[in-house]
Ligand binder design. Structure first.
Ligand code: GLN
Length: 546
């Protein structure tokens, strides 16, 4: 069967959650037995977000095949359970790079190379290639940015043309907009939505359906008005209100029969959405009463999106144990010996995520030490593992100036050093050790018990590694190497033997965690937080004694 396409555009404002709405639809279509793929078209000129600051872009999501992509791909994977690849995210930078390369090779046979048709053809060919390669029944294509932006025009033009390139009734256009609420008059305003749809129609796209983001529920009057002014069926006006858990979005859309409407419009015959597992997962999240607290010590803690996959993976682990996870976000730049006990008081464990550059590094080293000394559960991811090793070398192995050459090139004890394969690398984009690699776990370690299997595959994004010259020293002092990439003898995992739960990994397990299948490290880390909290509860005797 030829692939059907659902194009998701956004209007009125950015950050409305197009990625989550698209993913929610993906979840539902998959639950109806369809094969689904999701794709993001990003209008910026960067080739990928790998070189962008977290202040600009939020998390960079890494795929198995080593692409540095938009964080919406993380939502796609978590909601559908399906891995993505570099084909699922394209940017203006990639499109132009490829068209210009073709032009230099003479591919266009003397033609003047133009936005229409050459750029739009390139965009369409990427969309169709993904459909072909994944053999999906439905490809959901999310167009980044907001309708009206200059830079998204070629993408909108390409999706407009798609309708004429494929069989009739094979394309559906869904537009996500915002209905602002005016508290003074107590009204939801539909005018911005009308204008945004008008703008879409000016470029030739008549949306088939509209999803309205709203803080308060819409009434039939508003929906009727939107249908009338935006020229869509009344049953094709959906609302997406605020939810406390993002995994509620599929259920919210299902209650409004969005999936039913989509399959009917596309002429697909399916069974109803089977959402039992999903509902059970939501019930576990919502019925959780007990709360554990993790201290997340990072550099970008004030930004909601910079550690997105980590926050989600923590939620998945918490849902598994039917507890709620409270994340105390601690800026490592402000941590000092004098305030660390105060800043971390009451946390049940510490997580240090990935990161780059020396800002805030000493605070992270302090936090890793604090966790080791106080026997607090510690989970170090990528940079979080590297700082744990630096802290251990300094405090336990008697190497007070131990460091990573990323932060001090002339350190006498470079316990973390640039990988040999990185030494000749000059370009910054796409040149780290990226993507999925195997890791052999050391039998008998706590880590091997967490995974319950000897060989794992995880995704990476780093340039530095544990310096093997120091392995013997740190192992002699009680730090165990628990996992290795055998090909280059690269330390992938470390743990402490005499500590309840102290694990570091060079890779990013957060990218593979799913709400229906929490990552074992996150699952067991949450278990360790619970155990720590239990150990802090006053016992009957001490209560009686006081
Ligand atoms: N900056 C460190 C490196 O490149 C850690 C990277 C990370 O945490 N993703 O190795």
């Amino acid at each position: 069967m030829a692939t059907k396409y659902v194009f998701v555009t956004g209007g009125v404002a950015s950050s409305l959650g197009k990625g989550i709405a698209a993913s929610g639809l993906g979840t539902l279509l998959r639950a109806r037995g369809l094969t689904v793929a999701l794709m993001k078209l990003d209008p910026y000129i960067n080739v990928d977000p790998g070189t962008m600051s977290p202040f600009q872009h939020g998390e960079v999501f890494v795929t198995d095949d080593g692409a540095e992509t938009d964080l919406d791909l993380g939502h796609y994977e978590r909601f559908t359970g399906l891995p993505t690849t570099r084909m699922n995210n394209i940017t203006t930078g990639q499109i132009y790079e490829s068209v210009i390369r073709k032009e230099r090779r003479g591919h266009y046979l003397g033609a003047t190379v133009q936005v229409i048709p050459h750029i739009t053809d390139e965009i369409k060919s990427r969309i169709r290639t993904l459909a072909r390669e994944t053999k999906c029944d439905v490809l959901i294509v999310e167009i980044g940015g907001t309708v009206g932006d200059i830079e998204s025009l070629p993408f909108l033009e390409a999706i407009r043309q798609m309708k004429h390139d494929v069989e009739p009734n094979s394309c559906l256009y869904l537009h996500l907009t915002l209905l602002p609420y005016l508290s003074a008059s107590g009204e939801l305003k539909t005018k911005p939505t009308q204008h945004s749809v008008k703008e879409l129609r000016e470029i030739g796209i008549q949306p088939d359906g509209i999803i309205c983001r709203t803080e308060v529920p819409t009434g039939q009057d508003e929906r009727r008005k939107i249908a009338l002014f935006c020229n869509v069926e009344e049953r094709a006006v959906f609302e997406s209100s605020n939810v406390s858990v993002i995994y509620e979005v599929p259920m919210m859309l299902h209650r409004q029969a969005l999936d039913n409407w989509v399959v009917t419009k596309l002429g697909l015959v399916t069974h109803d959405a089977e959402m039992d597992d999903w509902k059970r997962m939501l019930d576990r999240i919502k019925s959780a009463r007990r709360e554990v607290t993790v201290g997340l010590v990072g550099k970008y803690v004030e930004l909601a999106d910079s550690y997105k996959s980590i926050y989600e993976a923590l939620n998945h682990g918490a849902a598994h144990h039917s507890v709620r996870i409270k994340i105390r976000r601690i800026d490592s730049e402000h941590l000092e010996p004098a305030n660390i006990a105060q800043a971390l008081s009451g946390v049940d464990g510490i997580l240090i995520p990935g990161g780059f550059g020396s800002r805030g590094i000493e605070g992270k080293i302090l936090a890793a030490n604090f966790a080791r000394e106080r026997k607090l559960p510690y989970f170090g991811i990528c940079l979080g593992m590297q700082v744990a090793l630096i802290a251990f070398a300094r405090e336990v192995c008697g190497l007070p100036d131990a460091n990573s050459t990323e932060f001090n090139e002339t350190t006498p004890d470079p316990v973390i050093d640039l990988m040999a394969s990185q030494k000749a690398v000059l370009d910054l984009g796409g040149t780290m050790r990226l993507g999925s690699y195997p890791c052999r776990l050391v039998p008998g370690t706590k880590t091997a018990a967490v995974y319950g299997k000897p060989l794992i595959r995880e995704r990476h994004r780093h340039r530095y590694e544990v310096n093997n010259k120091y392995r013997e020293t740190v192992e002699k002092n009680g730090l165990r190497v628990a996992g290795l990439f055998e090909e280059t003898d690269l330390v992938e995992m470390i743990e402490l033997a005499d500590h309840p739960w102290f694990i570091g990994c060079q890779f990013h397990p957060e990218f593979q965690s799913r709400p229906l299948d929490p990552h074992p490290l996150f699952r067991e880390f949450i278990g360790a937080l619970i155990a720590h909290q239990d150990s802090q509860l006053p016992t009957r005797e001490t209560v009686g004694a006081s």
